[in-house]
Design a protein around this ligand. Structure first.
Ligand SMILES: [Zn+2]
Length: 116
């Protein structure tokens, strides 16, 4: 079985280049002429330069970008599906506020005895 990856729309190449640029580990590189990527593959995906770029970091960054871009998620959601991700669980907190009970003070009259 061979999987076919949809061609990346050109409009997203710019962001791909940015992600690659962010993950560069060296300033000077003869392999990619300091671009950070070799070129694009048959799927119009950017091919990062493994000599000067943290390729795994790029993949992570790209996955995140795909996840937050609905159009890309539709195209590549299956390919970049994350294995397991546990988002913060939302726990509803109920705050019960009881009203303080009114306290009444009884005034006791003390008996006075007059002597005189
Ligand atoms: Zn390079």
């Amino acid at each position: 079985m061979s999987e076919k990856i949809p061609r990346l729309p050109d409009e997203h190449l710019g962001r791909a280049r940015e992600i690659v640029a962010e993950k560069r580990t060296k300033q000077k590189c003869k392999v990619c002429y300091d671009r950070g990527y070799i070129g694009t593959n048959q799927d119009n995906m950017l091919v990062p330069c493994s000599k000067c770029v943290d390729v795994e970091g790029v993949m992570e960054g790209w996955r995140a970008y795909v996840a937050e871009t609905p159009a890309l998620k539709e195209l590549y959601g299956d390919y970049f599906e994350e294995e397991e991700e546990e988002e913060g669980t939302d726990e509803g907190e109920d705050k019960g506020e009881g009203e303080g009970e009114g306290e009444s003070e009884d005034e006791g009259e003390s008996e006075k005895s007059d002597k005189g």
